[in-house]
Design a protein around this ligand. Structure first.
Ligand SMILES: [Zn+2]
Length: 216
């Protein structure tokens, strides 16, 4: 894993699922890129959720700066909630993957329950089908059609503060029910305990493996 591309349907997905890992990989000298597929515009009045494009772009840019990650802006963004598999975005990502010699993609879980996440996963793994490693994360905390049972864990104890700082860049519309960010960090704490099994305050992010190749 040297050149890593993290793909999300919405601007905050990458940070929610892999923010601590992205910061860790950067500290280890790896090249880490973040790419978003929709404009993130949300007006879910019945749930009181409102997110705008302009503010999200600025917030994402700040969050990437905190983590040290390069944000990729090569994609024609699709309207939020209308993302479906499309050759145009797939080929744009595929082209980036080839040009930047991406060996690892980190993508949404294929059995997510949010429509943009599901299609983002498909677009991503088709575009990255030649990559050595494909890891899947869960950004939001829905109960899913098929369980998210991770097998790959990254100890993010040393970068959890950067993840908190990156999430804090986003406005309240992103922090669903004023709880999503805190619940994400709490889950990372539980995973840190599972990974380390000791009394120290540790944190981990977790991924399911679609594919992992070790080269000679
Ligand atoms: Zn999302």
């Amino acid at each position: 894993m040297q050149n890593i591309l993290v793909i999300g349907a919405h601007y905050d997905d990458a940070e929610l699922g892999a923010g601590g890992s992205m910061a860790k990989w950067i500290k280890e000298g790896k090249n880490v890129y973040k790419l978003t597929l929709t404009d993130n515009v949300t007006n879910f009045e019945k749930k009181g959720i409102k997110v705008q494009a302009e503010s999200s772009i600025k917030e994402s840019s700040k969050a990437c700066e905190v983590l040290g990650v390069s944000e990729v802006i090569i994609i024609d963004l699709v309207e939020c909630t209308n993302l479906i598999f499309n050759k145009k975005q797939m080929q744009q990502i595929e082209s980036f993957i080839i040009d930047y010699k991406i060996d690892t993609i980190v993508i949404h879980y294929t059995s997510d329950i949010q429509q943009d996440h599901i299609h983002a996963a498909t677009i991503s793994y088709v575009a990255g089908r030649y990559c050595d490693n494909i890891l899947m994360y869960q950004s939001n905390k829905y109960i899913l059609p098929e369980a998210f049972y991770p097998r790959y864990f990254v100890d993010v104890t040393k970068t959890i503060e950067l993840k908190k700082e990156a999430l804090a860049c986003y406005g309240e519309g992103h922090n669903r029910y004023n709880s999503l960010f805190d619940m994400t960090i709490a889950q990372n704490r539980v995973e840190g305990y599972k990974v380390n099994m000791n009394e120290k305050e540790s944190y981990a992010e977790s991924f399911m493996i679609m594919k992992m190749v070790e080269r000679s």
